[in-house]
Design a protein around this ligand. Structure first.
Ligand code: AGP
Length: 612
């Protein structure tokens, strides 16, 4: 979604703002702009399209001298089409106030008509411009006070960066249901909606909470409560990510880099948490005691997109190992289906970004029903990680590619560890079984690395099928969700229509789609349902389908049943999704490259969907 940056200090503010916005491009946007103050005058430059258009605009309309304070924004249109007038920053009619905003002001129509009745002229179709006019209306030589009064009138969500030409040395920022971070520097300070924009300058960060408002100068940061104006202290966190991680490291695309990072990110995620030889699991951050775990009557797992697919895999893990009834919901559906919730129910939300609006709404709904809540997130300090009762982080580092890859296997790693740990504590798993499964997980990174040593043959298969219009992906049991995930990867980066199905469903409809033009990707690793999958392959072959099978290296039969086989190392079937998903990620990637798609920023998509 949108991206916010802000700077105050000794550097050239325009340079810092543009560098910060570039780090946020991966979030998806359709216009961009900056506002700076020079000699108590507000200067704004905005452009539609990519950041290079904004740089061109600045070159054509240069600023007189370097600015030392400013705010910037990349916009992903929600209210008002992508246009220069609708691009942020927005100002009041006297160009005294400059503002950038992430989120949605839900009562902006009513506020706007009141302001228009009082003679205010609007230049844009956005909800954000309303905020600029309101601040101006309340301004009486005290920006903090004017902003507080304005915020008391707003409904909806916001992360704001505000500058004012009458108070040219400070940035005001505030947040409600949209992330905002302060970067703490020496003789300079920053704001951003995302860690990545701050990493080139500082790793010391303050994650603002809902209801925080902060006044920032080059040397001072004062955080207050929006409502009662009391000073609030917030911890300065040192963020582990470094700027290098956020670079491509020589890979053509972030997505490819992140696929190849998976052996390390899985290891980073389980290191210090599992001890196979001792049969021990140590999850520092989840303070669920044995008696609490025994008290859990049901688990609901709620997520969107790829995170929903890891949730579907985890249902098999929790029910098979812990014997706790587990349901999985698409986040945007969960709170509308009147689920039966109470204090004995654990609601797990899974979210790479920790900011997905529907998943966050589901979390809040669960909290309002007194459920215990656990967030599985990849972004430290994200809203879900701070609002859930417990949080456990996947240590995957920044996932830049819009198509989620390493976050998926990181989530599966966490869910596998939790299921094993709770099963042992609920005495549904014996110590020796625990050791066996932990060992299986421990060996996954080596097995993925082995597979990733030679992926050219996946590219060869991609070349044969890149021109196809439709794909089917089939899987059973824990690999049914992997079939869904493989189909999602293909459709979201290549724009080819792809559907994932439970293989057993073929006879109930999808087999009518099958003919010579239809490639079918089938996950056929050794498992208790292997024979069934083989018959599904034979049914499809009999109707002319082309079969691309993902199977174990030891499988000598599969090549006689399929047109192409992608071999992967054997694992225990419950661990197999961590491995079977990798060839599907690569197949989607190579096809999309052949089609010349925008791999890391596919059309219409954003990395984090922070609006419902
Ligand atoms: C997956 O490749 C997509 N980018 C998308 O489905 C994503 O998984 C979904 O929007 C959920 O995002 P989250 O994990 O940050 O909540």
């Amino acid at each position: 979604m949108c991206g916010i940056v802000g700077y105050v200090g000794k550097k050239d503010a325009v340079e810092v703002l543009l560098e910060g916005l570039k780090k946020l491009e991966y979030r998806g946007y359709d216009s961009a702009g900056i506002a700076v103050i020079i000699d108590k005058e507000l200067h704004i430059r905005r452009s539609v399209g990519k950041l290079c258009n904004l740089e061109e605009n600045l070159a054509k309309n240069p600023l007189s001298i370097s600015a030392r304070i400013g705010i910037g924004h990349t916009r992903w249109a929600t209210h008002g089409r992508p246009s220069e007038e609708n691009a942020h920053p927005h100002t009041d009619s006297t160009k005294n106030i400059g503002i950038v905003h992430n989120g949605i002001i839900e009562n902006y129509v009513e506020l706007r008509s009141k302001l228009e009745k009082n003679g205010k002229n609007f230049k844009s179709e956005t909800d954000t411009e309303v905020i600029a006019h309101l601040i101006k209306k309340h301004y009486n030589n005290n920006l903090l006070n004017a902003v507080q009064k304005t915020l008391s009138e707003l409904g909806g969500s916001y992360a704001l960066g505000i500058i004012c030409m009458n108070e040219p040395d400070k940035i005001l920022c505030a947040r409600h249901n949209a992330p905002l971070i302060i970067g703490v520097g020496k003789g300079e300070n920053f704001i951003a909606s995302d860690i990545l924009a701050l990493l080139p300058y500082t790793r010391e960060m303050i994650f603002l909470e809902n209801g925080d408002i902060a006044e920032i100068t080059a040397d001072k940061i004062v955080i207050k409560d929006i409502k009662d104006n009391n000073i609030t202290t917030r911890e300065i966190k040192s963020v582990r990510w470094d700027a290098m991680q956020a670079k491509k490291d020589g890979y053509k695309h972030f997505m490819l880099k992140e696929i190849f990072e998976q052996p390390r990110t899985i290891e980073d995620t389980f290191r210090g948490r599992i001890y196979p030889d001792e049969g021990k699991v140590h999850i520092e951050e989840v303070k669920l005691k044995e008696k609490d775990i025994k008290k859990i009557s049901n688990i609901y797992i709620v997520a969107c997109g790829t995170s929903y697919h890891s949730a579907l895999v985890s249902k098999f893990l929790f029910e098979n190992f812990t014997r706790i009834p587990t349901e999985v919901d698409i986040a945007s559906e969960f709170r509308y289906r009147a689920p039966i919730l109470n204090e004995n129910i654990l609601v797990v939300v899974i979210s790479q970004s920790g900011e997905t609006a529907d998943t966050l709404a589901a979390l809040r709904f669960a909290k309002s029903r007194n459920c215990q809540t656990l967030a599985v997130c990849n972004v430290v300090g994200s809203t879900m990680s701070r609002e859930a009762m417990y949080v456990i982080y996947t240590y995957c580092g920044p996932e830049i590619g819009v198509a989620s890859t390493k976050a998926f296997t990181g989530q599966l790693t966490i869910l596998y560890i939790l299921a094993l740990d709770w099963a042992y504590k609920r005495e549904t798993l014996a110590k020796n079984e625990l050791k066996t499964y932990l060992k299986e997980l421990w060996e996954v990174p080596v097995k993925i690395s082995k597979f990733l040593k030679n992926t050219e043959f996946v590219n060869d298969i991609a070349k044969l099928f890149a021109h196809k219009r439709d794909f089917l992906y089939l899987g059973r049991h824990v690999n049914h969700p992997v079939a869904l995930e493989g189909a999602l990867k293909l459709k979201e980066i290549s724009y080819i229509h792809a559907e994932g199905y439970a293989a057993g469903e073929m006879k109930h409809g999808p087999i009518a789609l099958v003919d010579e033009s239809m490639p079918i990707v089938v996950i056929a690793v050794k498992s208790k349902v292997y024979e069934k999958i083989i018959s599904n392959i034979e049914e499809a072959k009999a109707r002319g389908a082309t079969i691309i099978a993902v199977a174990n290296e030891s499988d000598k039969e599969i090549k006689h049943k399929s047109d192409h086989v992608i071999y992967v190392p054997k694992t225990d079937e419950f661990v197999s999704p961590l491995i079977t998903v990798v060839p599907l990620q690569l197949l989607a990637y190579y096809i999309a490259v052949l089609l010349g798609r925008d791999i890391d920023q596919p059309r219409n998509l954003a990395k984090s969907v922070t609006v419902e």
